[in-house]
Design a protein around this ligand. Sequence first.
Ligand SMILES: [Zn+2]
Length: 69
Amino acid sequence: MTDEADRSDEKIAAAIEDGISRIRRAVAHPYTGECYFCGEELSDPMRFCDTFCRDDWDAMQRAKRRSGE
Ligand SMILES: [Zn+2]
C-alpha cells in the first residue's frame, strides 16, 4: 500500500518536473519563426525544422556549456 502511494507520488513529481523544464525551455528559447539550428523559416510554432536540427543544436548547447563554465 505504502509502496503504491510512493510510486504515484514519484509519478506526480516527475510530471511536475517535466512541466517545469518545458516552461523553462519555452522561456529561454522563445519562438522566433526560424529554426534555431539552421535558420530555416518555420510556419508552425516550433523551434527546429526537424529532430536532427534539434539534436544537433542540443549537442552544441551542451558543448558550449561544458567549455564555457
Ligand atoms: Zn533546421
